[in-house]
Design a protein around this ligand. Sequence first.
Ligand SMILES: Nc1ncnc2c1ncn2[C@@H]1O[C@H](COP(=O)(O)OP(=O)(O)OP(=O)(O)O)[C@@H](O)[C@H]1O
Length: 228
Amino acid sequence: MALLSVQNVSKTFKDHDYRVHAVRNASLEVHRGEMIAIIGPSGSGKTTLLNLMGIVVAPDSGEVYVDGQKASDMSDAVRCRIRNQYFGYIVQDFALIEEDTSMQNILVPTLYSKHKKSSKEYREIINSMAEKLQIADKLKSTVKHLSGGERQRVAIIRSMVNDQKIILADEPTGSLDKDNSAIVIHCLRELAHDLQRAVVIVTHDPDVARQCDRTFLLADGSLTPCAL
Ligand SMILES: Nc1ncnc2c1ncn2[C@@H]1O[C@H](COP(=O)(O)OP(=O)(O)OP(=O)(O)O)[C@@H](O)[C@H]1O
């Protein structure tokens, strides 16, 4: 069974007097252990599709299933719990708390977790991931002193600290140079292939998309598989 199944979803926004068809009848199945890229021009609906996949936004029509559970059947409380339990988000501008340390930022999702681990267990997970991502020495640093690549690696650890199974990354390399971009993509590949998470990356960058297992093109809200 697919970990995340998006079936014929559409989303329209009303913008003053006219309607914007942000996503039209899109379908996609995401499995454990794979990294998927969604590419497309600006305004083609990529962020909206990611929000639909992450059950942040409800579709006008169509359905989203998370690990077989139908999103439209969930109460607000259940949807919120499923979102926290299953999804990790990585966004372009990192969305970190600048005045806090890397460790404090990474621990934020654990504050809302229903299945709390002991602080020793969290420390072990975080230290092992930080070693892999080569930022173990930055865990006690204040985020405002970190480079862009370091911040993004902190955001990656935060996205998986609660054992989230699906990582949704919106332009995760958008503000990074080539070297840092390569490190971040390498980390996301490890999350997918070694740790069996499902990773979905929205990107403008064909080089990033080429490193994914499958690529889809979103054009004017319509999603189609694409070979690069
Ligand atoms: N809340 C909203 N209200 C009105 N229109 C919206 C809203 N959110 C998105 N849109 C419109 O829907 C379309 C798709 O937007 P979206 O942000 O999903 O595109 P995108 O592919 O992620 O763009 P970019 O690559 O520039 O970030 C755009 O025309 C956008 O203006």
